[in-house]
Design a binder for this molecule. Structure first.
Ligand code: G3P
Length: 217
């Protein structure tokens, strides 16, 4: 399973990259606003900075909600850097734009997916990635992981090549459960990646190894 980090924070992206396990970055308008990145040019410059830090795919989201607007924005974003993947909302015009970009060989990520039906449409429109938001489903007492399993099952049935990008990951158990289900990618905060490092027995064991080494030297 690939690891993407879900942030626009350059320090966190650099930290994840330095671990050597980062495969890409996802952003959205809320994550950009959180870093105080506002205005078209600043946002474009920020995407370029992110692409210069990481080796993998960087999702850049359109703001338009109409087909023509999405095409115009998506083409500008895709031309910024070969690592850019155009992120489109799961609405009617988003699906039309997904098909348009897919036919042109421009990679896409269909976002805000909350049902298996939406994931089928995204795959049929040729999406490179589909982003089901599992944490937000959990937030409303609906099993987000079940949606990931449903999409995995359906995509396997028909050999859809669209990658399942489990999004809205909140913690390490989401990461582990998505890996068990067979999600292709997970995107989460830095803590969901670095949290995988932790085990008290590792800390106790290492302390003991070092203590014993000191005794013998
Ligand atoms: O990038 C989209 C998604 O991962 C959002 O996550 O935590 O805002 O539900 P969250």
């Amino acid at each position: 399973m690939k690891f993407f980090i879900d942030t626009a924070n350059l320090d966190q992206i650099s930290e994840a990259q330095s671990l050597g396990v980062l495969d890409g970055v996802t952003t959205n308008p809320s994550l950009m606003a959180k870093e105080d990145i506002t205005g078209k040019q600043n946002i474009i410059d920020h995407y370029k900075k992110i692409c210069n830090i990481v080796d993998g795919d960087v999702s850049a989201e359109v703001i338009s909600t109409d087909f023509e607007g999405m095409i115009k924005e998506g083409e500008i974003l895709a031309a910024l850097h070969p690592q850019i993947v155009v992120k489109l909302p799961m609405i009617k015009d988003g699906i039309k734009a997904c098909k348009y970009f897919s036919d042109k060989g421009i990679r896409t990520n269909v976002t805000l997916v909350f049902s298996a039906g939406q994931a089928i449409l995204a795959a049929k429109a040729g999406a490179t990635y589909v982003s089901p938001f599992l944490g937000r489903l959990d937030d409303i007492s609906t099993d987000g992981l079940h949606l990931i399993s449903e999409i995995r099952h359906i995509y396997n049935n028909y050999g859809f090549e669209t990658k399942i990008l489990a999004a809205s990951i909140r913690h390490t158990m989401h990461v582990i459960d998505c890996a068990k289900i067979g999600a292709d990618v997970m995107t989460g905060p830095l803590s969901s990646i670095t949290g995988l490092l932790n085990h008290p027995l590792t800390d106790i064991g290492l302390a003991k190894f070092l203590e014993d080494y000191e005794k013998g030297n």
